[in-house]
Design a protein around this ligand. Sequence first.
Ligand code: SAM
Length: 272
Amino acid sequence: MRPDQRPKAARPGGKRPVAGGGGHVARKRFGQNFLVDLGVIDEIVRAIDPRPGQALVEIGPGLGALTNPVVERSEHLTVVELDRDLAARLRQRPELTVIESDVLKVDFGQLARDGGQKLRVIGNLPYNISSPILFHLLPWADQVEDQHFMLQKEVVDRMVATPGHKDYSRLSVMLQWRYDMECVVDVPPESFDPPPKVNSAVVRMVPLASPPEVDLLAFEKMVAVAFSQRRKILRHTLGAWITQHGIDTDFDLQRRAEEVPVAEYLALARLA
Ligand code: SAM
């Protein structure tokens, strides 16, 4: 038999159907890592504590690992899924309202208005776009009851980090301004099929009832400038921004971005 006629051996890590996925092959470009550990799924659902009558929205339901136990308790669930094949399967189920779309195009304000109540948003997020999803939801925080998201553990560490900690970053400042956040479940790679290369964690995000007022866009721009060179003292970054905006302030520019509390960033942004 000529070498090109021999049957090809399965490549390790090659395409194969997901365990219990009815023949579905995970699509890397959609960040598909499906939860398969029943113990972990149960822990997450208990942390969410879904109830009938609540306006629950799941981002990326996939094969239903969270969807099924959640909708069993809540009786109805709205799901947002980009993968056309998975969305088609989900549409077979009358207890689900399926939005086949890129979540970054979904108007969550409209969803809350349609439901006549605040949303409870959940999801094992596609890790390749997890920060854009968090920023997409930020302007609708006043129409959200809470959010429970599975993310890379490293991202959750940055979300909850306090000033002076190496993980304190732009993400910490932008989200702590608006949410109370805590890590509620740690999840190892082997809880997924296919397993991701990183550790994961579930974060609970509860919007603050009376967040300090600030122009979100101006705040976002200022924080991005501050963290643009996080190893340098702020004179080199925020110093120029303060001059540009003609702000008169005694803000201490001898510090690095990672040393400044959220409240001080907010106070500075309000002067712009
Ligand atoms: N919830 C399932 C689970 O826990 O097994 C799947 C989670 S998987 C990490 C991410 C899911 O988000 C996939 O179903 C994927 O198709 C979907 N997804 C990826 N990008 C998306 C996007 N931009 N908008 C909506 N859904 C997306």
